[in-house]
Ligand binder design. Structure first.
Ligand SMILES: [Cu+2]
Length: 548
């Protein structure tokens, strides 16, 4: 029996249930077959957010919410390069958003807190899938309500496919040799109702309690997502076998990495292949080894949530019951997968920023709680930047940034290894450590719609541990006044305050930057800035103020 660490009452009930099955069937079985979400393929994806009820535990069904069902959502299969449209209908009875976590999309298509979907409305972003083969996900992101809506069950997986993945011959037959595993802990009140808690004491994979899954005795691929509010998992198998990490947050690694433990923080994904070829007739259990999580990582014995029954415990995630091979099994992995084409060097970076994770009662960033009307960073499109994330907040936090994928340069001045060497959109920052990453803010620019960066611990981001940035097109900042026009009209943004931008001209414009930002009369209803041209002016520039 492999229910190590499940020493709380609800897991105990599952344990007893399992024992009864074991008595009758003479084999060790977990309680329920794993729910494998259905897939949706494009180019048009229709999603509807609704309330429902889900039989999560014995007894009363639990009030939940989901996309196209009572909990979670379909797995969206996208092909790199496709132009896709997503129609997201909100039937929740309140405003929310849906964010495409990890996808490199324009800010207006990103589904962040500024892109609310009113109750009863349908939001229809469309974009070209610019990401390479990767494991992404989608979830609500309305500021202050993200935890509530994700906890109710609103979350789904996105799998981006491409020719690299196909050429590498990785397992990719969904539901046969490739499965999504969405790991979440939940906390329950009376009548099996969900409590919005930082840490739960009941573990679900794909909304299945104590799941088992029949897998073939060959290479099987798992797209693992930590969709939990705060808990990190320490992934490993009960027989300590190694598994091959082939991808992480932002896509495929250059070569499979063999590991037997991986820390997965909230929001992070892991793309792993497990070799079950010698296990026909056996069971193998994926565990979380909380007892060996470093203190300070949420879920460790000491640190955030200490005292929760699962903190510091080793517990089951899912039991794999290994059976016969499929007709055309994949039995080996390539030694190399591909060469990532855009691995930037630190010497290429022209902007260096520091973002501090702080705590002022509540968790904050740079000692400020999130304010949607305040712009925290302005990034020039196509700039290669290095961001230093300094954790002064205590405990470990998963820092997530929208728009781009980055490479980690170092954590605590040490290079990272294994699954952390690939492209990512989330990185763990440990207490009193600085994590540096490098990224290029390319393709998208919109001075009116911000992207977010935040801690992906849901109660932290809801509580204000979030900032925002806009990407502005440098081509928009140089306005040539050599034409004969007497007036010049410039697209303007409410976010371009004097904190970030200054005016420079060949002679006095007759208007100062502070006049512009303080006098609404010079910005018209279309958010356009109108300046009278002084004949002596050849040009003026809007310049980014150097931050940091
Ligand atoms: Cu945090």
């Amino acid at each position: 029996m492999k229910n190590k660490g499940m020493n709380h009452s609800r897991a105990m009930r599952g344990y007893l249930h399992t024992s009864l099955i074991a008595l009758s069937a003479c084999t060790v079985q977990a309680a329920s077959p794993l729910l494998v979400p259905p897939t949706l393929t494009g180019p048009v994806y229709n999603l509807s957010m609704d309330h429902g009820a889900t039989q999560l535990l014995d007894g009363a069904a639990t009030p939940t919410a989901g996309y196209n069902g009572s909990i979670l959502g379909p797995t969206l299969i996208m092909n790199a390069g496709d132009f896709v449209t997503l129609n997201v209908e909100n039937n929740l009875g309140e405003e929310t958003t849906t964010h495409w976590h990890g996808l490199h999309v324009a800010p207006e298509d990103d589904g962040g807190p500024h892109t609310g979907i009113a109750d009863g409305a349908t939001w229809s972003p469309d974009f070209t899938v610019l990401d390479t083969a990767s494991t992404m996900w989608y979830h609500p992101h309305l500021h202050g309500n993200t935890h509530e809506h994700v906890n109710l069950g609103l979350a789904g997986m996105i799998l981006v496919r491409d020719s690299v993945e196909e050429t590498a011959n990785l397992p990719r037959t969904y539901g046969v040799d490739e499965f999504p595993l969405i790991i979440q802990d939940k906390d329950f009140g009376p009548n099996n109702t969900l409590i919005r808690a930082n840490f739960g004491d009941t573990i679900f994979v794909n909304a299945t309690f104590e799941p088992f899954l029949e897998v073939p005795s060959q290479m099987v691929r798992f797209r693992i997502l930590n969709g939990s509010s705060e808990r990190a998992y320490h992934l490993g198998f009960d027989d300590n076998r190694n598994y091959s990490v082939v991808g992480a947050d932002g896509g495929l690694l250059e070569a499979p990495v063999s590991q037997n433990r991986t820390i997965l923080m909230p929001g992070e994904r892991l793309d792993v292949v497990v070799d079950f070829s010698s296990d026909n007739g056996s069971t193998v259990t994926l565990m979380s080894y909380g007892s060996t999580l470093p203190n300070g990582v949420p879920g460790a014995l000491m640190g955030p949530g200490a005292g929760n029954a699962l903190n510091g415990a080793d517990f089951n995630l899912i039991e794999f019951q290994v059976g016969d091979q499929t007709a055309s099994p994949i039995t080996s992995l390539p030694t190399s997968i591909w060469t990532i084409p855009d691995r930037w060097e630190e010497s290429e970076a022209t902007v260096f920023r520091t973002v501090r994770l702080t705590r002022d009662g509540a968790f904050t960033i740079d000692n400020q709680a999130f304010d949607g009307s305040r712009m925290d960073q302005v990034v020039l499109k196509d700039t290669i930047e290095v961001w230093s994330i300094v954790n002064e907040a205590g405990g470990s936090h998963p820092f997530h940034i929208h728009d781009i994928q980055f490479y980690i340069l170092d954590r605590g001045a040490q290079p990272v290894t294994g699954h952390e060497t690939g492209k990512r959109a989330t990185v763990r920052a440990d207490n009193n450590e600085t994590v540096r990453f490098i990224a290029k803010f390319e393709t998208h620019a919109n001075a009116d719609v911000p992207y977010m960066y935040h801690c992906h611990i849901l109660p932290h981001e809801d509580g204000g541990m979030m900032g925002q940035f806009i990407v502005v097109n440098p081509e928009e900042k140089l306005i040539d006044l050599t034409s004969s026009d007497t007036d010049v009209t410039l697209r303007w943004s409410q976010y371009l305050t004097s904190q970030f931008m200054s005016l420079q001209s060949t002679s006095d414009l007759g208007v100062s930057f502070s006049d512009i930002v303080s006098s609404p009369s010079v910005v018209d209803e279309k958010n356009q800035l109108i300046l009278s041209r002084d004949p002596g002016n050849k040009f003026f520039r809007l310049l980014p103020v150097t931050t940091d």
